[in-house]
Design a binder for this molecule. Sequence first.
Ligand SMILES: *[C@@H]1O[C@H](CO)[C@@H](O)[C@H](O)[C@H]1NC(C)=O
Ligand SMILES: *[C@@H]1O[C@H](CO)[C@@H](O)[C@H](O)[C@H]1NC(C)=O
Ligand SMILES: *[C@@H]1O[C@H](CO)[C@@H](O)[C@H](O)[C@H]1NC(C)=O
Ligand SMILES: CC(=O)N[C@H]1CO[C@H](CO)[C@@H](O)[C@@H]1O
Length: 361
Amino acid sequence: MLPFSLLFLIIGVSYALCPSYQCKPRTMPFKDNICVFYDEHTLTYRINPCEDPFQRYCIFNPLQNSTCSVSSKKSLIQKYPGEKCSTDEDCRYPYFGGCTDEICLGSIKDGYCSDSSFCSPGLYCKYNTCISQLQDGDQCTYDYECQNGSGCDGNICKKYFSAKLNEEVNTCKDNVNYICESTLCYTNATTSFSYCITPLARRNKSPECLSDNDCYSRVDRKSGVMLKSECQCGMNPDGKQYCGILPGDVEFMYYIRHLKKWYNSTEVKNCNTLRRDARQCIEEHWDEDEAVKLIFYKERVVNFANIQENDYCAETVLNADFFVLAHKMGHLTVENPHEILGSSQGSVIWLGLSLIFLILN
Ligand SMILES: *[C@@H]1O[C@H](CO)[C@@H](O)[C@H](O)[C@H]1NC(C)=O
Ligand SMILES: *[C@@H]1O[C@H](CO)[C@@H](O)[C@H](O)[C@H]1NC(C)=O
Ligand SMILES: *[C@@H]1O[C@H](CO)[C@@H](O)[C@H](O)[C@H]1NC(C)=O
Ligand SMILES: CC(=O)N[C@H]1CO[C@H](CO)[C@@H](O)[C@@H]1O
C-alpha cells in the first residue's frame, strides 16, 4: 500500500495548483483586447466578456493571456462525404462531384479511395476500393467496416451495446468493449473467456475530489473489477477539482441511451462511416431537438469538471458552447434519471476518459 499512498500524496499536492477562473474585478483595467488575463503568481484567470461586436470571440489559451477575435473557428472545416455544403470548396474531396444538392459527394461503390473518409455513406475502403459496409455477423477487422450502429468484436460485426450482462464477447481490452450494454467487460485469466459486467458508478456521492483516490467506482462483486477516474481541475473560482465521469454514473447513462437512439435512427446512414458519431453529421441530419440532447449529454460527460460551478464569465466566455446547449435543453422534455437507472443494467459507452482499472482478488 505504501507506494500508493506516496503517489496520492504527490497528486494531492496538485490540488493547490488548480487555477481559479473568475470575472475580473470591475476596477481592473484590461487593455489590448484582452478577454482572459492570466496571473501566473496567483494562478488566476481573470475573465472579461468581449464587448466589440466585430471581435466577440475569446479563444482561450491556457497559461497565457487570451484576446478577442473576429471568428470562433481557428480554421475552416472541410466536410466529409454526406455532410452539408454550399460550394465545392467546402468538401474535403471536391473531385468526386463536389457539392451536389448541398451535400458533399464521395467516391461511389467500386470507386477509388485511399481511406474510408473518401467513400460515400454506406461504404468503406478496402484495397483502395469503396465497398458496402458489412452486415452484422460478417467478418471484420475494424468498427468502420461494420454498418451504422455496429462495431467489430474481435472479428465479427455486432450491434453496439447489444451484449447483455454476463454474455460472452470476443475481446476485452482494458475492461472496455462497446458491444457490451454496459461497455465494460472482464477477461477471466483462467479460462481466458471475456464477458460483459455491470456498469460501475462512482463510489462517493459528491464528484468533488482532492486526488484520484476520491474517484474510485464501487467493486463489481462477480469479477472484482474496480475503476478509478482522474481527479481533474475545473474552471471555477475556487480551484475545485472533480472526478471524471465513470460508466455507470447517471450522466453516462443519459448519453449512452441517447447514442443508442442515434445509432438506431435512419439518419445515421447519411453519415460517412468514420463520421458516425461526429457532431457535424448528427446536427446536420438528425431532428434538431434530438441532436441538441445527444450533444449536450456527450459534452456533459467529456467536459464534466470544466462546467461545474462556473461563474458568469467562465460560463459565457469559456464554456459558452456548452451553456447554450444547456439553455436549449431547458426547453426540451427530458427523461427521468430514475427511469434510466432502473431500466438498464447499464447502457454505457467508453469515451477514452483516463481510467485506471484495478482487479481485486
Ligand atoms: C498579460 O497581459 C499583461 C498586461 O497586458 C502583461 O503585463 C502580461 O505580461 C501578459 N502575460 C502574459 C503571460 O503574456
Ligand atoms: C474464472 O473461471 C474459473 C473456471 O471456470 C471459475 O472457477 C472462476 O470463478 C472464474 N472467475 C471469475 C472472476 O469469473
Ligand atoms: C430501433 O428502431 C426500431 C424501429 O424504428 C424500434 O422499433 C426499436 O425499438 C428501436 N430500438 C432501440 C433500442 O431504440
Ligand atoms: C441499428 C440499425 O439502424 N441498423 C440498420 C443498419 O442498416 C441496415 C441496412 O441499411 C438496417 O437493416 C439496420 O436496421
